[in-house]
Ligand binder design. Structure first.
Ligand code: BES
Ligand code: MN
Ligand code: ZN
Length: 505
């Protein structure tokens, strides 16, 4: 979908094709562009309003097809709802809803001329750019594996022109948001991709291709190198698979050279398929486990977004890529692994594999980069879904300030998080009969014991947060207009926002 910005129309004749999208405040008061459309069509909107139940609620539509006196295919009147609901997120949702509506109507071109009603918490310039971001996010499709009935799935809308008070200013502001959408799309693509295609080496190759283009330094460590360095926990998970495990290290150095700031680090769980290993999952529990690399995808997408918008920050992304399979060489329940940190782990359930991958990735990241903060993302536990469902990711942190900042970034981006406790009481549940720890807690508080396990690999003084994204990385039920695919791309937006607010110079 092509999105551009255009000056507001002065007369109805300025819009010569496609849909003309105009707005009404709640209570049906037509805003100026809608008034122009109404006049030019001989009062078509006013007449339509009289015979409809349209109330101007947020996302409500009134459509007049083939209006007499105009060249456009339709006038689409959009309700803006209450002015105070028109914040950035509200606008994105609205932009997404308009796209969904025009898609199902088979429209290919649209001119959007929505206006800010009095009392809205956004400026006219933001109105255009955040509507446009919503439009872009809603236009995402993943249809590369379809070969039949493509018209049923491809999106018809090709061109959206959004009116802005100063189109040049809007274009510039949108560049950063568009980079963000690129990052979200990369994450969605990686998560949607099937596991026979996106095995660890293929994930690493795609990360390298996408990120090298925007100036991110990408290194890939294979099994031989990781073995040499002692990644016993990560390699243990991968050893039952025919596919080689990989560690990808991505560095973006965007901070001014004078400031030799330590980087902020993002660490992702990248289990390209989680069968459970020898502690094998039941059939239904295995479906969707191609998405068990969503943490790694979010980290990769974030690195793309930061680099593409030239964020003034030093950031590193480290992702552990493995496939958890029950091959003849697979780790057994009862095996003991020696992690990169030197700590030993008794593996009692091979399906608790994500924490093993993250343990080594976390150690590597801290020892190599001495980061200002480490944030890891992982589809780590089914227990977090029991706890928080699909609305919030679980947040665990050893740093109240970092936790508050993440919560705030989540509220502004729609990627909401909810903090859960860490406590020595839970840590005790990880005691092993023969090794430094076991890889499972007990039957209860599974998301917390998983976080406690990770905490054992956090070095003194490291500011750390863990996001358990098992409930939010993909969706099987109803979809939001701006998240139209199975994979949500969750994580890119909250991390990009955190960086923008707190780590950029
Ligand atoms: N990848 C799963 C967690 C998961 C489950 C993500 C459902 C998304 C949806 C993880 O590796 C796992 O299997 N966790 C186990 C841990 C248990 C064995 C301690 C779980 O949650 O059941
Ligand atoms: Mn598992
Ligand atoms: Zn897993």
């Amino acid at each position: 979908m092509q999105i551009s910005f255009t000056a507001p129309t002065r007369s109805a004749g300025d819009v010569t094709q496609g849909a003309w999208v105009v707005s009404a405040a709640e209570g049906t008061a037509l805003l100026p562009a809608a008034v122009r459309a109404d006049r030019a069509s001989g009062g078509a909107l006013t007449r339509a309003l009289k015979v409809s139940s349209f109330k101007g609620k947020a996302g409500e539509f009134l459509e007049v097809l083939a209006p007499a006196g105009l060249k456009v295919s339709r006038i689409l009147l959009v309700g803006l709802g209450k002015a105070d609901g028109l914040d950035e997120m509200g606008l994105e949702t609205l932009g997404g809803k308009i796209v969904a509506r025009l898609q199902t109507a088979g429209e290919s071109v649209a001119t959007w001329e929505l206006e800010v009603p009095n009392g809205a918490p956004v400026k006219p310039a933001q109105l255009a750019t955040h509507l446009a971001l919503g439009a872009r996010l809603a236009g995402y499709v993943f249809d590369k594996y379809r070969t039949r009935d493509l018209d049923d799935y491809r999106k018809s809308l090709k061109t959206v022109r959004v009116a802005a008070p100063d189109p040049a200013v809007a274009k510039k502001a949108f560049a950063g948001l568009s980079a963000l959408a690129d990052g979200v799309f990369l994450a969605r693509d990686l998560v949607n991709e099937p596991p026979n295609v996106l095995h660890p080496a293929e994930f690493a190759r795609r990360a390298r291709t996408a990120l090298s283009k925007v100036g991110v330094k990408v290194e890939v460590l294979g099994e031989a190198e990781m073995k040499r360095q002692g990644f016993g926990a990560l390699l243990g998970v991968g050893q039952g698979s025919a596919r080689e495990s990989q560690l990808v290290v991505m560095q973006w150095n965007g901070a001014p050279k004078a400031k030799k700031a330590n980087p902020v680090a993002f660490v992702g769980k990248g289990v390209c398929f989680d069968s459970g290993g020898l502690s094998i999952k039941v059939g239904a529990g295995m479906q969707g486990m191609k998405g068990d690399m969503a943490g790694a995808a979010a980290v990769t997408g974030t690195m793309l977004a930061l680099a593409a918008r030239k964020a003034k920050v030093n950031a590193v992304g480290v992702i552990g890529l493995v496939e958890n399979m029950p091959g003849g060489d697979a780790i057994r329940p009862d095996d003991v692994l020696t992690s990169l940190s030197g700590q030993t782990i008794e593996v009692l359930n091979t399906d608790a594999e994500g924490r093993l991958v993250l343990a080594d990735a976390l150690t590597y990241t801290q020892r190599r980069f001495s980061p200002r903060a480490v944030i890891d993302l992982a589809t780590l536990t089914g227990a977090i879904i029991q706890t928080l469902g699909f609305e919030h990711a679980g947040l665990f942190s050893n740093d109240d300030k970092l936790a508050d900042r993440l919560a705030e970034a989540g509220r502004h981006t729609g990627e909401r998080v909810w903090r859960l406790p860490l406590d020595p009481f839970y840590d005790k549940m990880l005691k092993s009969k023969i090794a430094d720890m076991k890889n499972i807690g007990g039957p209860n508080s599974g998301a917390i014991t998983a976080a406690q396990f990770l905490k054992r690999f956090i070095e003194k003084d490291t500011h750390w947060a863990h996001l358990d994204i098992a409930g939010v990385a993909w969706q099987d039920g109803e979809r939001r207009p701006t998240i139209p695919s199975w994979a949500t791309g969750w994580g890119v937006r909250i991390l990009d926002r955190l960086v923008g607010e707190h780590y950029e110079t």
